[in-house]
Write a protein that binds this ligand. Structure first.
Ligand code: GAL
Length: 672
């Protein structure tokens, strides 16, 4: 069997989740006609259809799905066929009550919504293997099916499970990982608070207790949960692969996911796909979107990926669900495309009349075809139709930002020196600085080979293994520039403080360690003086012990008035920078400017809010420009604007809120 690594499609994939089981058969005919009108060539079906496909245990009814796939194929709409395992049917809950999820506080989760049952329950695992296998057996050769979509958003809406099945699996997992209880006790430091285990049966799940749970235990629990979810994915994937050669994916949630270590997950899929929803209270949500897209491309190791879900307008699950402005959907879609997506899909095709998501926007809204949203959807379909040649082209970057889910899990545990110093907020602040400077970045794991990058930025490396510390030190010695933000390299893989003091694994690269963390009270703050700039810092400061590093920025006020705040160290052929306080996006500007100069990174010379990313193809480059500004912006470019098929030779004026894509010659174009 020759396994495909990308869906067999003629163009950029365009469409969305399609849930026709919510509609009568005559509506399906209207749907496919309107899909064609909108330029849709690809839909995801069956994601929540278990109750229809297997109405009673072991009894399958594929008639409606046969009809649907034939209809879609007749209209040249390719299918991403979902396995329905994110929403087991009522019979499953009734037949296997012990397979229900138990939450941290002992609540047993019931039926009536969606969400997987216990991912450790043998009955669930048997059922998903059966339904995925039956689907694959039936549709392996259906010409409409070009991709398999396993489950839906692993980790949502529940991931942690404290049921008896989970606890049994947890004990086995610990036995395999550690081999002996002595090793578990050592890794978790159980002599603290007298938590020592002498019997495997005494090991419990980290559920609600009187005070804070052993943090190393919780960190292992996060790893265990991630692996249990992934094991379920692999069961389904293998059941499909036994029959079918189409590529297999499952939709990630990149920066919005918590329980899935996507570096590991990406190795198990043929095609990386991702869901992204704007966080509407954030006025610069498009920056978070760009972060998510870069992270998705990075876990895909640079290969093209599919945006499996986003919204045409408002979602329905935020406190106030803000509709997208005219043009915003285009900008969102083109940011994803510019950052490597070869598929642009939505949740969902037709807005549901019933159920929990009836106020969620769709490609075909309740208002019908005479609506702004449908007009924009149709125009986006036309635009993407003109971009077939962009497929397969790649984004490259000189700068890597370190991202490690294990560090996120560890930093988010309880009883930290300051809760406000978070993994995600630091990641966003540093990413946003780079975004505003027009610097395209990849994300990387701290143990990756980083030698291709001029600059490596570590915004949130609280957990850093000794191996990662050696990797980063070697990177600097070999000529790289490393920028590390505060509260870094504090603990190892067991959330134990590194011997040698805070930051010890990076001592050689940075020329310092940290003697004491010095959080500040609300409103206290301080100033960091750097190259004549007065940078406002809040929440966090540190007392540094320099061992070779030079002082570049100095604290004024705060707990260590006059002490070093920002340092630069030379080690081997490279440089290690350290920022010991919490600086916001504005304050980071002069810091990054100095670091870019060391690294030989050139920030873009263009107005802030004009986002430009280049995808490199075999014979051409594709320059994707998105103007988030309220006014037009001009920039130099030579080539053809592909959406309007217009030659451009010199300055191009991009209207307020508009998008454009240019085909340029690689020799002349390159990264703008
Ligand atoms: C996603 C989910 C979809 C739909 C959507 C609404 O997380 O995969 O099924 O619920 O959210 O925004």
């Amino acid at each position: 069997m020759t396994v495909h690594t990308w869906p067999q499609l003629d163009g950029i994939a365009y469409g969305g989740d399609y849930n026709p089981e919510q509609w009568s058969r005559d509506v399906w005919d209207e749907d496919v006609a309107l899909m064609r009108e909108a330029g849709v060539n690809f839909v995801s079906v069956g994601i929540f259809s278990w109750a229809l496909l297997e109405p009673r245990e072991g009894e399958f009814d594929f008639a409606w799905l046969d009809d649907l796939l034939d209809l879609l194929h007749a209209h040249e709409i390719a299918v991403d066929l979902g396995t329905p395992t994110a929403s087991p049917p009522a019979w499953f809950y009734a037949t296997y009550p012990d397979a229900r999820v138990v939450t941290e506080d002992g609540t047993v989760l019931g039926f009536g919504s969606r969400g997987m049952v216990s991912h450790s329950a043998p009955e669930y695992r048997a059922a998903i293997e059966r339904v995925a296998g039956e689907l694959a057996r039936r549709y392996a050769d259906h010409p409409a099916v070009v991709l398999w979509h396993v489950h839906n958003e692993y980790g949502a809406p529940v991931s942690d499970d404290y049921s008896p099945h989970a606890v049994a699996a947890w004990r086995l997992w610990l036995q395999e990982r550690y081999g002996s209880l002595d090793a578990v006790n050592a890794a978790w430091g159980t002599n603290f608070w007298g938590q020592r285990y002498l019997e495997w049966e005494h090991l419990v799940a980290p559920a609600v207790t009187a005070s804070v749970i052993n943090p190393a235990m919780k960190l292992d629990w996060a790893r265990f949960t991630d692996e249990q979810l992934r094991a379920c994915y692999c069961i389904e994937r293998d059941a499909i692969r036994a029959h079918a050669a189409q590529p297999i994916t499952t939709n990630f949630m990149a920066h919005q996911s918590y329980n899935t270590d996507l570096w590991k997950w990406a190795q198990e899929v043929d095609v990386v796909s991702d869901d992204h929803y704007l966080w509407s209270p954030d006025p610069d949500a498009h920056v978070g979107l760009a972060l998510s897209a870069d992270l998705t491309r990075s876990v895909a190791r640079g290969r093209p990926w599919i945006l499996m879900e986003h919204s045409t307008s408002a979602v329905n699950w935020q406190g106030r669900n803000i509709a997208k402005q005219p043009g915003e959907m285009h900008r969102n879609a083109f940011t994803h495309l510019g950052r490597g997506a070869d598929g642009i899909l939505f949740f969902q095709w037709r807005a549901s009349r019933s159920g929990a998501e009836k106020f969620h926007s769709a490609m075909l809204p309740h208002a019908g075809t005479s609506s702004r949203v449908f007009r924009e959807v149709t125009s986006l379909g036309q635009h993407l139709g003109a971009l077939t040649d962009v497929r397969g082209s790649r984004v490259t970057a000189d700068v890597a930002v370190l991202y490690d889910w294990e560090s996120l899990w560890a930093q988010d545990l309880e009883w930290r020196p300051a809760d406000e110093l978070g993994f995600r907020e630091r990641m966003r602040a540093y990413y946003e600085r780079l975004w505003r400077d027009g610097v395209t970045v990849d994300f990387a794991h701290p143990e990756d080979d980083l030698s291709a990058y001029r600059l490596v930025v570590a915004p949130a490396s609280y957990l850093l293994t000794a191996a990662a510390g050696e990797n980063l030190t070697r990177y600097v010695a070999d000529g790289g520039t490393l920028l590390v933000s505060c509260f870094a390299a504090v603990v190892d893989e067991h959330d134990a403080v590194h011997a040698g003091g805070f930051g010890a694994p990076l001592k050689t690269a940075l020329g310092l360690t940290v003697e004491e963390f010095l959080p500040m009270r609300d409103g206290e703050g301080c100033v960091v003086e750097l190259d004549g700039h007065e940078l406002t810092a809040d929440v966090w400061s540190e007392d540094l012990v320099l061992d070779g590093a030079q002082v570049r920025g100095t604290y004024r006020g705060g707990p260590v008035d006059g002490a070093p705040a920002i340092t630069r160290n030379t080690h081997g052929d490279g440089t290690g920078w350290y920022v010991s306080s919490r600086l916001d996006v504005e304050a980071l500007a002069p810091v990054l400017a100095a670091v870019y100069a060391d690294a030989g990174v050139k920030p873009a010379d263009r107005p802030e809010g004009l986002e430009i990313v280049t995808r490199h193809g075999e014979d051409s480059d594709f320059v994707v420009a998105v103007n988030h500004r309220a006014e037009a912006a001009e920039f130099p470019v030579q080539g053809t604007e592909m959406l309007s098929d217009t030659p451009v030779d010199g300055m191009f004026r991009l209207g307020a809120g508009d998008v454009a894509v240019f085909r340029t010659s690689p020799a002349r174009g390159g990264d703008l």
